[in-house]
Design a protein around this ligand. Structure first.
Ligand code: PEP
Ligand code: MG
Length: 317
């Protein structure tokens, strides 16, 4: 199936009935851009900026950041590029943002919380993003830049981030939904933001209360769990009601069958490792939106992840 999928023409992501589902790439460096485009990425759904600076002891300068961002924007000129501001902490500590020892770093000062505690670093990043896209725009190579904050837990954090991003001329400012509180209040979060992007890795970790780095609880880290699917459904419904995009950028989007479920739950785009794009594209093409909703209902009706997966497989065939 993989070679057949890989040799299929790279049409934009769509369901069997023609419903568009843009297929985007998760990237941690502009170096992966050309390969992502070759594999059919229609844009970038998650640019993990912290990956650029994991080995830095000091905060990157605006100039350093601008070079990387500009390279990325030019590679995706005219296309959607969703940049996540630094997601420091827990599995991705950055010495210049996370200095205190914490007993439970996944529940600590991470993501937007850490940036807010060092707001100058967040402001510098927004400055670098604006300058990079302006430089690309001078040659007609600007990207359609969307900027989002990680680890948002509250409506107030959403308001804070969107207002700050607007100061830097960000036209499309959103938040990641990866904490259950943000999913449960998705209607209010999305009332403040231009879009949401669901990070299923952390959303699963926090919903099942199982450290995503801990092997002994790895069996809980399964985005097929109906509790996770329900939260995704509520975000999808809020997005539909408000007319706001709801993307998925966690690993779940790379599972061809789960991708169908996610669209059935209301996801409007899917972002994944570029190597997963071909199989997900093929899978979407064999289901209509009605099918996807039916498959999603079958998964939601299960009590556990394994049953949800089996029920979806049966409903999809
Ligand atoms: C996620 O949590 O699903 C996500 C996309 O972010 P990361 O894996 O970088 O934490
Ligand atoms: Mg995350």
């Amino acid at each position: 199936a993989r070679s057949a999928a890989a040799s299929a023409p790279l049409t934009p992501g769509a369901l069997a009935d023609g419903t568009a589902v843009p297929l985007l790439a998760n990237l941690g460096s502009p170096d992966g851009a050309a390969e992502a485009v070759a594999l059919g990425a229609e844009g970038v759904g998650l640019f993990r900026t912290e990956f650029l600076f994991l080995s830095s002891n000091t905060a990157p300068t605006v100039a350093q950041q601008r070079t990387s961002y500009e390279k990325l924007f030019r590679a995706f000129a005219g296309k959607k590029v969703v940049v996540r501001v630094l997601d420091a902490g827990a599995d991705k500590p950055l010495p210049f943002l996370n200095d205190a020892h914490e007993e439970n770093p996944a529940l600590g000062l991470r993501g937007l919380r850490a940036l807010r505690a060092s707001e100058d670093i967040l402001r510098e990043q927004l400055t670098a993003l604006a300058e990079a896209n302006a430089a690309a725009a001078a040659d007609g190579e600007a990207a359609d830049l969307w900027v989002m904050a990680p680890m948002v837990a509250t409506v107030e954090e959403t308001e804070y981030f969107v207002a700050l991003a607007r100061e830097y001329d960000v036209k499309t400012a959103g938040v990641m939904v990866e904490v259950p509180s943000a999913a449960l209040l998705a209607d209010r979060v999305l009332a403040q933001a231009d879009f949401a992007s669901i990070g299923t890795n952390d959303l699963t970790q926090y919903t099942l209360a199982a450290d995503r780095l801990l092997g002994s609880v790895a069996s809980f880290q399964d985005p097929w769990h109906p509790a996770v699917l329900r939260l995704i459904q509520s975000v999808g419904a809020a997005g539909a009601a408000l007319g706001k995009p709801v993307g998925i950028c966690g690993e779940a989007a790379a599972d061809p069958l789960l991708a169908v479920v996610l669209v059935g739950l209301g996801a409007t785009s899917l972002s994944m490792a570029p190597t997963a794009l071909a199989d997900v594209r093929q899978s979407l093409l064999s289901h209509s939106l009605d099918d996807a909703r039916r498959v999603a209902e079958a998964a939601l009706a299960a009590n556990d992840a394994a049953t949800a997966r089996a029920a979806a497989r049966a409903a999809a065939s």
